[in-house]
Design a binder for this molecule. Structure first.
Ligand code: AMP
Length: 468
């Protein structure tokens, strides 16, 4: 079935053809005609299924009629993260290029004044994260009584991020009768309650997840000792044929450390985590999308819904704590029908064992373990072995120890993290280390190479100054 059977207008079909799409995905086939008919939709689908176009394409045609008034947007799309909001905005630009729709993007980390100007000009499409939207609303800069279409995207992620109360507030403030399109990859009870409250006889559309379908994603489990995870990751990165890949860690701290470690081993790598400035995140994402960097180390929240087509590999550096996150993570590869590979690095610990079982229960499939995987010796000509290669400096063990009072070995490892200029700047804030005890003026401007954070006081004094 082609796009022309969905009921879309000629200019929209032309934009779709220009995007290179020949056939609609299942969610597009099912959702687009319902949206055009004005019906509420409950889409159980995750990113990678083509769900963004399933609502943007018909919305463009609906909104083509009529004009927005100042501060009264005609449609509102709520997204859990700034990156997703920015991606949806890009989709509107791509698919709406033959229309003259006005758009405003309200996301955190961006100047209020510019956003207010966009609202004043009138927006056919308003794309926002819930917190920032409410900020504008409460400042009286925005009226919600012109909304004809409300989209709540990635609702389960909104739940994980604690945004549901904000979403409810927003829904309650839209008093005009409107159409609601609601998307979620999973339907936990809190989300079901929300759909009952705010959707009016919705058309329910469910498309299978990559994890359950499992046809185009090769999933492999690698079991190593807790001290060998980075080594195992490097081995996979060197032996696999990787176009580009995303490496997921459970904690921000590990994202930073794995990023620094891979950089030190000469991999082309960027990082994405919640402590980064919005500008930095967008820049990293741009570099990754444009293949300027091959690998991206990311946390779940930061990477949620990233629209990076054609990712060849996903690596779970840690087994995710929630099985749903596994589904989301591996959904970054094998998108739009392409094939992909997802490696999960596990340890033999009971916790990892239970987490793997939870994934298997959710996906109703056994995760095949690669019994042939053996750690090989790394030969790095002309280069000293790095601190994190040595078993006694196990990163995973260190993480479990309190940040203060670590042993000597840690100093060597910390040196490695100094190489990232980005992390250098943030180091004192990010790390629970000895520098936190220093007053800001006492802090050395640059890390002391070779000493880690535990720099004896005498080394920080000006050598030319006589001791008092
Ligand atoms: P989404 O699920 O909305 O995040 O979309 C996943 C990816 O699929 C995006 O990169 C889209 O550009 C792409 N895509 C969406 N619809 C189609 C289609 N009908 N054919 C091919 N690719 C598509």
């Amino acid at each position: 079935m082609g796009f022309e059977l969905l009921g879309l207008s000629e200019p929209t079909l032309k934009a779709v053809a220009d995007a290179g799409y020949t056939e609609p995905t299942p969610i597009q086939t099912q959702a687009a005609p319902q949206v055009l008919m004005g019906r509420d939709v409950l889409g159980i689908a995750q990113t990678g299924t083509g769900k963004t176009a399933s609502f943007t394409l018909p919305m463009i045609d609906i909104l083509a009629e009529g004009r927005a008034r100042a501060r009264m947007p005609r449609s509102l799309i709520l997204e859990p993260t700034r990156e997703l909001a920015a991606q949806v905005a890009e989709s509107f630009e791509k698919y709406g290029k033959n229309h003259k729709l006005s758009m405003a993007l309200l996301i955190g980390g961006v100047n209020f004044a510019d956003q207010e100007k966009a609202l004043d000009r009138g927006a056919d499409v308003l794309i926002a994260t819930p917190g920032r939207l409410l900020d504008h609303f409460e400042r009286g800069k925005l009226l919600l009584n012109g909304i004809d279409i409300l989209v709540i995207d990635e609702a389960d992620r909104m739940l994980d991020m604690g945004f549901i109360p904000d979403v409810e507030k927003i829904c309650e403030r839209i008093t005009k009768k409107h159409q609601t399109l609601f998307f979620s990859a999973t339907m936990p009870p809190a989300i079901q309650r929300l759909t009952k409250k705010f959707l009016d006889d919705p058309k329910k559309i469910e498309v299978s997840r990559p994890a359950t379908a499992g046809t185009n994603i090769k999933q492999i489990l690698i079991a190593v000792g807790p001290r060998d995870k980075r080594k195992a990751l490097r081995q996979l990165l060197r032996t696999e044929e990787i176009k580009n890949g995303i490496i997921f860690c459970n904690r921000k701290r590990d994202v930073k450390e794995v990023f620094a470690s891979l950089g030190r081993h000469d991999f082309s790598v960027g990082q994405l985590h919640g402590d980064m400035e919005q500008r930095e995140r967008m820049e990293t994402l741009r570099q990754f999308k444009e293949n300027e960097i091959q690998l991206l180390v990311a946390s779940d929240v930061a990477a949620r819904g990233l629209d990076v087509p054609d990712v060849s590999h996903v690596f779970n550096f840690d087994v995710p704590g929630h099985p749903d996150d596994y589904v989301h993570r591996i959904g970054r590869t094998g998108r739009a029908g392409r094939s992909g590979t997802a490696y999960t690095i596990t340890t033999k610990s009971k916790i990892d064992g239970r987490l793997v079982e939870a994934i298997e229960a959710l996906t109703k499939a056994k995760l095949p373990i690669d019994d042939n995987f053996k750690l090989e010796r790394e030969s790095r000509p002309g280069r000293k072995q790095d601190s994190d290669d040595k078993p006694e400096t196990a990163p995973d063990d260190q993480d479990k120890r309190p940040a203060r009072g670590r042993g000597k070995q840690d100093h060597r490892r910390d040196r490695s993290t100094e190489r990232s200029s980005r992390d250098q700047k943030r180091w004192p804030r990010d790390r629970g280390d000895a520098r936190l005890n220093m007053a800001p003026d006492d802090m050395p401007k640059e890390p002391f190479v070779g000493m880690g954070p535990h720099v004896p006081a005498f080394l920080q004094q000006d050598p030319d100054k006589k001791p008092k």
